[in-house]
Design a protein around this ligand. Structure first.
Ligand SMILES: *Cc1c(COP(=O)(O)O)cnc(C)c1O
Length: 398
């Protein structure tokens, strides 16, 4: 028997990468619902709204028009042009279409960005709590994830001092995600400038995952670190996409805006893996960016609903003995502290689903024990019922 066969059928990549716990909890909740249980789902990381009509119509028209063949690897040109223009207009980041790559989902955009820049032995800095996929993607690129823990007290935001202390000669890249999944934290311009300063001095690349860029409350504004200077733009890779802003999770469309040499490398990697994002779907995304008034109205309506739910859930959570929760300013998650109940977050979620049919994701999945991630991208009725059940569950633990 050769060495490779005696190792068993799986690779080290497969053995070392954990499957997504958020998708696993959501799958379990959906299976319970299918079995007739009345489940309140707070686990899914997707808007409960449907994709706006004008976007659907554009994709349907594209299908009818025969846009059913391969697209250019980095995406259809008008969409890349629209993304570059949007980047310049809204973020103040000058970009040419050649810097834009459209991929099958923002998740794949992040993965290709890491694959294009990291080599075995490189360290990738990941502030915790983090999105579940970052450490696994870094590992799949052969790099080593290095966590920088943040606290509730600092609003779950990493400081320049913390970053500086975590840098070693092997540090290659920092992953930033503002607004954040799972905490909803939003970095201010000043905070990002401090971080950018460290990145410049220590020669770090930044993967700035800006997928929640439109989902910000309380009059805060999204800032991209790529907008600070040409020097910064040369070391920041922006990933984003259509999933969250336009309720298009099932369409699988992500975007990357990267410095030219990195953009070229990402396109090369995509040409040998996914080839291109679904062709007719890209025409739907094009309508999202071109039909600005319609899109703005849809986003505003969704944002108003999210904001109302955010305030409601925040107020209700803080009424529950043993639960403490900050009011997050972005995305569609709250990240309450439930450590007073003395259970691991995983056990807490398991019992909560079993006894009260409420699905939530345990904080330890995001590198933050003692917390839950609750998504309020769910209907008002579910929200009210779910939080009442959570209160009942907490009372039963006392
Ligand atoms: C949802 C999400 C993405 C991208 O999701 P896709 O569905 O692949 O477009 C990327 N980063 C974070 C933090 C997310 O929550």
């Amino acid at each position: 028997m050769n060495a490779a066969t005696s190792r068993g059928p799986l690779s080290t990549w497969a053995l070392n990468a954990a499957p997504s716990p958020t998708l696993a909890v959501d799958t379990k909740a959906k299976a319970l619902t299918a079995a007739g249980e009345d489940v309140c789902g707070f686990a899914a990381g997707e808007p409960d709204f449907d994709t706006p009509e004008h976007i659907k119509e554009a994709a349907i028209a594209a299908l009818r028009d025969g846009k059913t063949k391969y697209a250019p690897t980095p995406g259809i040109l008008p969409l890349r042009e629209a993304v570059a223009a949007d980047c310049a207009e809204r973020l103040g980041v000058a970009a040419v279409p050649a810097q834009v790559i459209v991929s099958p989902g923002g998740k794949f955009s992040c993965y290709l960005a890491l694959l294009a820049t990291c080599s075995p032995g490189d360290e990738v800095l990941i502030p915790a709590p983090y999105w579940v996929s970052y450490p696994e993607m870094a590992k799949l690129a052969g790099a080593k994830p290095v966590f920088i823990p943040t606290t509730e007290a600092s609003g779950f935001r990493v400081t320049p001092e913390q970053l500086e202390a975590a840098v070693t000669p092997r540090t290659r890249l920092l992953i930033l995600n503002s607004p954040s999944n799972p905490t909803g934290a939003v970095y201010s311009r000043k905070e990002l400038e401090g971080i950018a300063d460290v990145a410049l001095r220590r020669g770090l690349l930044i993967l700035s995952d800006e997928i929640y860029e439109h989902l910000i409350y309380d009059g805060e504004r999204h800032v991209s670190p790529a907008s600070f200077s040409a020097e910064m733009a040369a070391r920041v890779i922006i990933t984003s996409g259509f999933s969250k802003t336009y309720a298009m999770t099932g369409w699988r469309l992500g975007t990357t805006v990267a410095p030219l040499p990195i953009a070229k490398a990402i396109a090369g990697l995509q040409s040998q893996t996914a080839s291109n994002a679904t062709t007719f779907a890209q025409y739907g995304a094009l309508a999202a960016l071109r039909e600005k008034e319609k899109s703005a109205a849809s986003v505003a309506a969704m944002l108003a609903a999210f904001d109302r739910r955010r305030r409601f859930l925040h107020a209700e959570l803080n009424k529950i003995p043993g639960v403490r929760c900050a009011l997050a300013r972005g995305a569609f998650y709250l990240f309450p502290n439930i450590s007073a109940h003395g259970l691991s977050s995983e056990r807490f979620c398991e019992l909560l689903l079993e006894r009260q049919k409420v699905a939530a994701v345990f904080g330890s999945a995001f590198g933050a024990e003692g917390h839950l991630r609750l998504s309020y991208a769910t209907g008002d009725a579910t929200l009210q019922k779910g939080v009442a059940r959570l209160a009942e569950f907490c009372a039963s633990l006392q």
